[in-house]
Design a protein around this ligand. Sequence first.
Ligand code: DGL
Length: 280
Amino acid sequence: MSSQNLPIGVFDSGVGGLTVLKALQQKLPQESFLYFGDTAHVPYGDRPPHEIQSLGRQILDWLVQQPVKMAIMACNTSSAVALDVVRNEFSIPILGVILPGAKAAVKQGRRIGVIATPATVGSDCYRKAILEIDPEVEVFQVACPEFVPLIEANRVADPKTPSIVWNRLQPLVEAGIDTLVYGCTHYPHLSQVIQDLLPNRITLVDPAVHMAAAATQELELLNLKSGKRHPSTRFFVSGSPEQFARSSRGCLGFTPEVRAVALPGISIEAATPDLSTAIL
Ligand code: DGL
């Protein structure tokens, strides 16, 4: 098969990257995709950098073997902590979500809030990326460790969710932000709750849309765009395929066929928490 007709690999710790996958499918309707959710190791956001890098490396190894023509880290945590470290270890282009998100944010506002995982906030990568583009803006970052577990447990509609979300948004609203970046690809799953809580003056930025535009540019530049008439998308997870199929139905609008993959060589304890009781 020519490189142009190979799929694009997209990965995340779980269902978060589906928000990026959907933006990519919309922008690139002739491309095939291979989605990998590392649900045996979700959440990434509480893990130390070396574990996030090691997981990213294993997933990229697997994607390269499928093969794919490009890989997209549809995960801010991996993009923040692993992208620069592992990018040069692979021969395919690897793209992350932080830079497209930062570029979009500075076009929107002057007081920019970022909600993200503890690892992404700890890396300070959004502040650095934003200030590199425009040193005059102010950046306010808040870690939201509860959000990913409640999304993965399919509990967005739980009555307790708005107060958990508000606890994290309140300091940003009080700081007078004019723009809020979804600094984790899971968080757009909470967009209805977040929009209901935020004052209208605050503009939301979803890096997914801007990442899709960046991926399109990169494919054109490398002459890798597909001209396929019947593209396909396949779903793989490292944890339970049934759980992923259930949690992704709301976002995808259908129940995907999901296959389990055992990644060789992952030495990290598969500390999959019981997400149904972890938070609420
Ligand atoms: N969706 C990912 C991100 O954008 C990972 C979240 C997690 O597993 O903690 O950061």
